[in-house]
Design a protein around this ligand. Structure first.
Ligand code: UD1
Length: 430
C-alpha cells in the first residue's frame, strides 16, 4: 500500500500549475466515442480515473492513442462491443457516462454498475428517468446499467434533484436523438458547460448549458474535433485551502477565476487575502483565520467536493464554524481521522460543528475517499510533526502528482510504502 509521509509545520509558498478538470475529462472521454472520426483531447489530467476509463474505452474496440501525457486521440469507429465490463470499471463512478454516449450512438449499451468514492448512496434513478424520457428502456440488472431503444426521440425531462451526472448523461444521449430535448432543473457546473461545448464542437446542437434549462436538438452524427479540457476547479480549490491552512502564500495558475468564486469568497470571509488575475488566483494567509458557516450546494454554490478541505482549515481557525453537507450524506468520514490530529469536530446528521484549535499534531491516518484524503494531507502539512496518510490510492484517483506539486510549494512530503521508507524519510528531514 502506498502512503504519504509528511513533515508538517511549514507554510506553503509559491506557484502551482493546475491541470485539466477530472470530472469534465471523464465525461468528455466518454462523449468522444460518439464520433466515428478522430477526436483529439488536450489538457487531460493523467489520473487513475481517466486512465481506467480510457482502458474501458479501448476494451470495447475504440482506437485510443496517448499522444503525450495530457493529450489523447480517440476514434469510436472501431467499437465492436456494447457491454462495458472490466475489472476496474466498476471502481469509477464516471463509467456511467458510457451509457449516455453509447445509447445515443448505438441505441444499446450495458455498463457495469458504477462504484466511485464511498461518500453516500449514489443512485442512478435520474439517469434512468432521463433515458426513458427519450424513449429508451433502461434499468439495472445483474450489476449493470442497461439502456436500449429502437428509436431515441427528444423528450422533456425535469430533474427532481440537480444532478451533474444525470444532466451530462441525458445531454449526450439526446445529442443523437431525433428532435428536441429539454432538460429542466439541469446542473450548471462548469464541467456541464465544458461537455456541452465539446459536443457542440463535434457538431451537436446544445443550447443553454450553464443555465437551468438545456435545449438539445438532435443531430444525425458527430464529427471529428480538437478540444482542450477546462482547468480543474477542485484541484485549484484544494491548493487554495492548503495555502490558508498552512498560513502560506500560493498562486494557482491556469485557472478560470470565475469558477472559483464561491471558494474565494469563503477564503476572504475567514481572513485570507485573495488576489485574482486573468488566469491565476493568489491566496495569502498572513493574518489569523476566523470561523464561518458554509453549506455545500450545486454550482454556483460551495462545492461538496471542497467540503473536507474547508473543514480542515476551519478546524484550525478561531471560533465555532458550522459546515452543512447537503449533497451527499456520508461525507464526514474524515472527522475521526482529523480528531487523531487534535481537531474538535462534532457531527450531527449532515452538519459538522467545529471548534477551532490552535494546532494539529501529526498522526497515522487513513484517506477515506478522494477529497477527504486530499484534505487530510492538508492537515498533515499544517500539523506539528510527522503524519502518515494510508490509502493514497484514493487521492491518486483525482490528483495528478499531488506530492510533486506540494513539494514545489515547499512541502516536505514523500510517497512511501511501509515502515522502513517512513523511517528513512524521518531521518532525512529531521
Ligand atoms: C459529480 C462528481 C462528484 C461531485 C458531484 C456533485 C463526477 C465523476 N463526479 O458526481 O465529484 O461530488 O458531481 O457536484 O463528475 N442523485 C439522485 N439520483 C441520481 C443521481 C444523483 O438522487 O440519479 C443525487 C445524489 O445522490 C446527490 C445529488 O443528486 O445527492 C447530486 O449528485 P450528482 O450531481 O449526480 O453527482 P455525480 O454526478 O455522481
Amino acid at each position: 500500500m502506498e502512503q504519504y509521509v509528511i513533515k508538517g509545520g511549514s507554510s506553503l509558498v509559491g506557484e502551482v500549475e493546475i491541470g485539466g478538470a477530472k470530472n469534465a475529462a471523464l465525461a468528455i472521454l466518454a462523449a468522444a466515442t460518439m464520433a466515428d472520426e478522430p477526436v483529439l483531447i488536450e489538457n487531460m489530467p493523467d489520473v487513475r480515473d481517466t486512465n481506467v476509463l480510457l482502458d474501458a474505452i479501448k476494451s470495447i474496440g475504440a482506437y485510443v492513442e496517448r499522444i503525450d501525457r495530457h493529450t489523447v486521440k480517440i476514434n469510436g469507429s472501431t467499437i465492436n462491443d456494447l457491454i462495458v465490463e472490466n475489472e476496474y470499471i466498476k471502481k469509477i463512478r464516471a463509467s456511467y457516462y458510457l451509457v449516455g454516449a453509447l445509447l445515443g450512438k448505438y441505441r444499446n449499451v450495458e455498463v457495469a454498475l458504477p462504484g466511485g468514492c464511498n461518500i453516500g448512496s449514489r443512485p442512478v434513478d435520474l439517469h434512468l428517468k432521463g433515458f426513458k424520457a427519450l424513449g429508451a428502456q433502461a434499468g439495472l440488472s445483474h450489476g449493470r446499467i442497461y439502456a436500449r431503444a429502437e428509436k431515441l426521440k427528444g423528450g422533456h425531462i425535469y430533474m427532481d434533484v440537480v444532478s451533474v451526472g444525470a444532466t451530462i448523461n441525458v445531454m449526450m444521449a439526446a445529442a443523437l436523438a431525433d428532435g428536441q430535448t429539454i432538460v429542466e432543473n439541469a446542473a450548471k457546473e462548469p464541467h456541464v458547460v465544458d461537455v456541452a461545448n465539446f459536443l457542440n464542437s463535434m457538431g451537436a446542437n446544445i443550447k443553454g448549458a450553464g443555465t437551468d434549462t438545456i435545449r438539445i436538438r438532435g443531430v444525425e452524427r458527430l464529427h471529428k474535433t480538437e478540444y482542450s479540457v477546462i482547468p480543474d476547479q477542485i484541484e485549484a480549490g484544494t491548493f487554495m485551502f492548503a495555502a490558508a491552512a498552512t498560513k502560506g502564500d500560493v498562486t494557482v495558475k491556469n485557472v478560470i477565476p470565475k469558477h472559483l468564486d464561491s471558494i474565494c469568497s469563503k477564503l476572504m470571509e475567514i481572513g485570507c487575502e485573495v488576489i485574482e488575475s486573468d488566469d491565476a488566483v493568489r491566496v495569502v494567509a498572513s493574518k489569523p483565520l476566523t470561523h464561518t458557516h458554509v453549506k455545500t450546494l450545486a454550482y454556483p454554490g460551495f462545492p461538496t467536493d471542497m467540503q473536507p478541505q474547508i473543514a480542515v482549515t476551519l478546524a484550525l481557525s478561531s471560533g465555532t464554524s458550522i459546515v452543512t453537507e447537503s449533497i451527499f450524506e456520508n461525507r464526514f468520514k474524515y472527522v475521526d481521522e482529523l480528531a487523531k490530529m487534535g481537531a474538535e469536530i462534532k457531527v450531527e446528521g449532515n452538519t459538522a460543528i467545529i471548534e477551532g484549535v490552535e494546532k494539529y499534531t501529526g498522526a497515522h491516518i487513513n484517506a477515506p475517499d478522494l477529497r477527504a484524503g486530499a484534505a487530510l494531507v492538508i492537515a498533515g502539512m499544517a500539523a506539528e510533526g510527522f503524519t502518515v496518510v494510508d490509502d493514497i490510492v484514493y487521492i491518486e484517483r483525482g490528483y495528478e502528482d499531488f506530492d510533486v506539486k506540494l513539494k514545489g510549494l515547499g512541502a516536505q512530503i514523500e510517497k512511501v510504502s511501509g515502515e522502513r521508507e517512513i523511517q528513512k524519510f524521518k531521518l532525512r528531514v529531521s
